[in-house]
Design a protein around this ligand. Structure first.
Ligand code: SF4
Length: 215
């Protein structure tokens, strides 16, 4: 059963409605739909990409084009339940021609992603690609180098007062373009999966008599 109470649900619904109606940056001018994100608000894992593409803009859903289909296929193959993950992007509206969002657009949209992270309180954030990796590192006060150098490692961060592990990896569009091997992305997603499983095991560990007496 969900742990959300009614006012929390209202807060989330208001946030999603705000994103859908947002005109804070010029990207609203050409969008068909803003794409707030998709998945469980109780998710342990958040996956953050760069920005919606053409298919996402049309459907209002994140990661549904070729790159998203690949990502979802790998998630299924390695045993992630998509419904227990929350998937979103740094910016919520499609930049024309799928160009990278610029700094002003990212800055204008950032409060939404911050609020989503604070609301969901994920244990792990998987940042796909340079834009997402750089964004989350900046939020955590870490030095970003490049996706090639930072990917595939676990960074223990303190984000908005929460302990969150960040794992950067390549964006699946790099796999589609042929510049990155699919196995590298799979390996990084598997790293997130084993980290989550380990954390759950630690939480389930029974108390020793000593720990019990300390309580
Ligand atoms: S990209 Fe973000 S800030 Fe810009 S209009 Fe869309 S929701 Fe608003």
């Amino acid at each position: 059963m969900s742990t959300e109470n009614v006012s929390e649900k209202d807060e989330w619904r208001d946030l999603i409605e705000e994103i859908k109606k947002c005109r804070r940056c010029p990207l609203h001018q050409n969008r068909t739909n803003a794409v707030p994100g998709e998945g469980s608000v109780n998710a342990d894992i958040m996956i953050i990409g760069e920005a919606p593409g053409a298919n996402e803009d049309l459907s209002g859903r994140p990661f549904v084009g070729a790159a998203g289909t690949l990502l979802r296929k790998i998630l299924r193959e390695i045993g992630f339940d998509e419904e227990k993950i929350y998937i979103t992007n740094v910016v919520k509206c499609r930049p024309p021609g799928n160009r990278k969002p610029n700094k002003d657009e990212i800055d204008a949209c950032s409060p939404y992603l911050r609020r989503q992270i604070i609301y969901i309180k994920p244990k792990i954030i998987i940042a796909l690609g340079n834009v997402a990796g750089e964004w989350i590192f900046r939020e955590a006060g870490l030095q970003w180098d490049s996706i090639s150098r930072n990917r595939g490692r676990i960074y223990e961060t303190n984000l908005y007062g929460m302990k969150i592990s960040v794992i950067p990896s390549f964006h699946p569009s790099a796999v589609i373009r042929g510049s990155v091997d699919e196995d590298i992305l799979r390996k990084d997603l598997l790293l997130a999966k084993s980290l989550l499983e380990n954390e759950k095991k630690i939480q389930r560990k029974p108390l020793s008599l000593y720990d019990f007496l300390k309580k």
